[in-house]
Design a protein around this ligand. Sequence first.
Ligand code: MN3
Length: 256
Amino acid sequence: MEKRTFLKTGLLLTVGAAMAPLIKACKSGNKAAATNAGMTIPPPKLRRTTPFTLPALPYDTGALEPHIDKMTMEIHHGKHHQGYVNKLNAAVKDTVYAEYELDDIIARVTTADAEKNVRNNAGGHWNHSLFWQVMAPDGGGKPGGQLASGINAAFGSFEQFQTAFSDASKSVFGSGWAWLCVGKDKSLFITTTPNQDNPMMLQIASNPGTPILGLDVWEHAYYLKHQNKRADYISTFFNVINWNEVGRLFDKAMFG
Ligand code: MN3
């Protein structure tokens, strides 16, 4: 090979290798028409000009005692969730996602290795932002309104829903989430996702839908109080579910 040709080829290969993750991210990020179980990725709401920030808790860190302890809430919100926010800001830098809103990132992110940090930290930010809202100090009891009818229609009764949701939460192997979702056909269903994935990740989720309730079953969510007893944590979660908020999300997903 002539020296000049070699230098040129060598340079191209180097630039090519450096650009590959970015190009990959751009390609998948721009894939706008993909559908999953009838759900289509909506056009992006360009553009976001400020970094992601940690949303304030809608109650005091000790407000969910004795069901969820104050120290767990302090670490879970102040350290774990803050960590996802910080890492997400770093992960989207210089990618196609840099100016996307969180929902738009979630809908587009793929399983590509180059997007792993975006996937994990966008999911972490989205999932916890929902999680804090679907709990409340005066929570628990049973849902009312349209949601009560929806749950009865889908699961037979509230008690049957509670059993199914608890079983799904226990079934997550390792770290992940259990969800109550509204599907494209407007029916309620329960699903789980590993790690920080969620059902709005249309390029990833095996059962896509709009989550209206989510339960974090990572050990960091319960280990300080319940140690290895995930079942106790799942059972106590039902004492703090904010059914008013879950009902509002249900109505929004069902009726716009
Ligand atoms: Mn968590």
